[in-house]
Design a protein around this ligand. Structure first.
Ligand code: HPA
Length: 246
C-alpha cells in the first residue's frame, strides 16, 4: 500500500470527512510548509492532508512554498499525492461543476522557485516530464470515480497561470489556441517538484467558473464559492473511495 497525501486548494483548507489523528511539521531545507501536515483517517484509511494556501488561505499562488510542501509530504512518508485544484473551464466539456483528471500541463508561471535542482546540490537533474502526471494515480482516481458512480472527465490540458489576478479574455483565447482546457494558478511548479522527488502525483481538478471571456459578464467570487460548495461532496466521495481502494 503506498501512502496517500492530498494537497487542498481553494475551498479545501481542511479535508471534509477526515478524522484527524495528529499534525506533523517536518523541517525542510526550504523553510516551513504552508501549514502543518495533518495525518488522519478517511473512510478508515490513512491520509496526509496539507492546505496549499495555508490554514487561513493566506498565501497567494505565486508565494506558496511549493518546495517545502512537497518536501514535507515526502518526509512524512507520503508516496502518492493528489493535488486538488479549483480551476476555470475553457473548453466545451469543462463547464462549471465538472470534475476532471487532466493529463497534460502548459506552464505560464514565472519567478517561482520551481526546481530542487538549482545548482547548489551538485548534479542537475533533468526529469522526464513528457507525461507530467502519474498515470497510475490518474487511473486510480478515475476508477474511484467510476466505483462511486460519479462522472469525471478523463484527460485535458491544465494551463498554469501566475495569478493572483484572473486572466484577460485575450489570455484565455491564447491558452485555448495552445490547447488548454482548464486554467488554474497552482498546478505548477507543484507537479514538476513532485516528479523531481519521485512522488506519484496527479491533479484532481474541479471547475468553479467559465474562464475569462467564456461567459457573459465578469467572474464573480460568489459564483466560484457556490460552485466549490457544489463540488465538495463528490470530491470527498471519490477521495474516500480512492483511499479505501488500497
Ligand atoms: N483562472 C485561473 N485560476 C482559476 C480560475 C480561473 O478562471 N478559476 C479558479 N482558479
Amino acid at each position: 500500500m503506498s501512502r496517500l497525501a492530498v494537497i487542498g486548494g481553494s475551498g479545501f483548507a481542511a479535508m471534509p470527512g477526515l478524522q484527524v489523528l495528529d499534525h506533523q511539521q517536518p523541517d525542510t531545507p526550504y523553510g516551513p510548509a504552508s501549514a502543518p501536515v495533518t495525518r488522519g483517517l478517511l473512510g478508515g484509511a490513512e491520509l496526509f492532508f496539507l492546505p496549499r494556501h495555508g490554514t487561513g488561505h493566506s498565501m497567494p499562488p505565486h508565494r506558496i512554498h511549493y518546495r517545502a510542501n512537497l518536501w514535507a509530504l515526502k518526509a512524512c512518508g507520503a508516496e502518492r499525492v493528489v493535488g486538488l485544484a479549483a480551476v476555470g473551464g475553457i473548453g466545451g466539456a469543462f463547464g462549471p461543476r465538472v470534475l476532471a483528471v487532466p493529463d497534460q500541463i502548459i506552464d505560464y508561471t514565472y519567478g517561482r522557485a520551481h526546481s530542487f535542482s538549482d545548482g547548489d546540490q551538485g548534479e542537475v537533474l533533468h526529469i522526464d516530464f513528457t507525461r507530467p502526471y502519474c498515470e497510475d494515480l490518474r487511473q486510480a482516481l478515475l476508477r474511484a470515480a467510476r466505483d462511486s458512480d460519479l462522472a469525471v472527465e478523463d484527460g485535458g490540458t491544465y494551463g498554469a497561470t501566475q495569478g493572483p489576478r484572473l486572466e484577460t479574455a485575450a489570455e484565455i483565447m491564447r491558452l485555448e489556441r495552445d490547447g488548454c482546457d482548464l486554467v488554474g494558478m497552482t498546478g505548477m511548479p507543484e507537479a514538476a517538484l513532485a516528479r523531481e522527488l519521485g512522488l506519484c502525483y496527479a491533479c484532481f481538478a474541479f471547475v468553479v467558473n467559465w474562464a475569462a471571456g467564456k461567459a457573459s459578464g465578469e467572474i464573480r467570487m460568489e459564483e466560484i464559492e457556490t460552485n466549490v460548495a457544489a463540488c465538495s461532496a463528490r470530491i470527498e466521495r471519490i477521495l474516500t473511495a480512492l483511499t479505501g481502494a488500497d
